[in-house]
Design a protein around this ligand. Sequence first.
Ligand code: SF4
Length: 227
Amino acid sequence: MAHSTATLRLTVGDLRIVHPITVPSGPVEAAEVVPTLQGLVNAVVGAAAAGKTVSCRKGCGACCRQLVPVSRSEGERLLRIVEAMPEERREALQVRFAAAEAVIEAAGLGQREGRNDRELSAAYFALGVPCPFLEDESCSIHLERPLICREYLVTSPAELCAGPAQEGVTPLPVPKVSLAARGLQDDADDWFPLALLMAWRRTRPRKTARHPGPEWMQRFLRQLGRK
Ligand code: SF4
């Protein structure tokens, strides 16, 4: 398939980003432009982290027990990643997803039920449910991790991240470009917790729009302008 390239020049927060992008020229599902969004978020995070000392390290997975909101488009991409894994790895993941889902549903956190974002996040973190993609306290899908995982870095001592109230944790101020992915397909604030990926797979919308890659990027940038 032919590809189209362009150079994005964006101002996000205090950052000026100049970033080359490449997307399929023809009609594709939104999941196929997710790698381009990953590259853009990496560029924004890199600019935000320039000159700062980030304390996040491989093997420190405390933040991977937080609620990770994932957009529909990223969910569709992650399902493809899982489906392409060897059977043994896929089965091990299914076991971890089932365990996480059982704990989250038993705690009544599968739905919002009147909670605001802060209450939901605090109750979720208190459960201590590790992300099913976490292996040996490291992300097993590092190159494919969700956009919001890329945006969460801290400059405070790593040991503070495991505290129940996360007191003293200082996240790096990173513009949340990931939010724009949530409205990519239907303009709705469409997300689900990553740990419920397999539950979402059972109920997700089956009809998926196809648009040329440049059109998906224009939609994304329009959403970004609204955030
Ligand atoms: S996807 Fe990776 S980085 Fe994100 S919460 Fe899961 S294990 Fe952590």
